[in-house]
Design a protein. Structure first.
Length: 75
């Protein structure tokens, strides 16, 4: 079992993974369509997108968290 203190980074990694797959699939479909080689193109897009998404998540979280805390309801 993973310690609770790692839950936030693990959450960001899993979210980055899921978002990279979904966005990569949509962008690949829009630009090249669904056909022969779609999954190869999707894998290539994912390999590029996932590290970018992880870096973005870890970079943006400390910047966005105070904003969310400021605008979110206290109750």
């Amino acid at each position: 079992m993973i310690k609770k203190k790692y839950s936030q980074p693990l959450f960001m990694i899993f979210m980055s993974f899921g978002m990279s797959v979904i966005i990569g699939a949509v962008v690949t479909l829009v630009h090249t369509g669904f056909g022969v080689g779609f999954f190869d193109r999707l894998l290539n897009a994912f390999i590029f997108a996932f590290p970018v998404a992880v870096i973005a998540a870890f970079t943006m979280a400390p910047l966005v968290r105070p904003l969310v805390n400021k605008i979110a309801s206290k109750d």
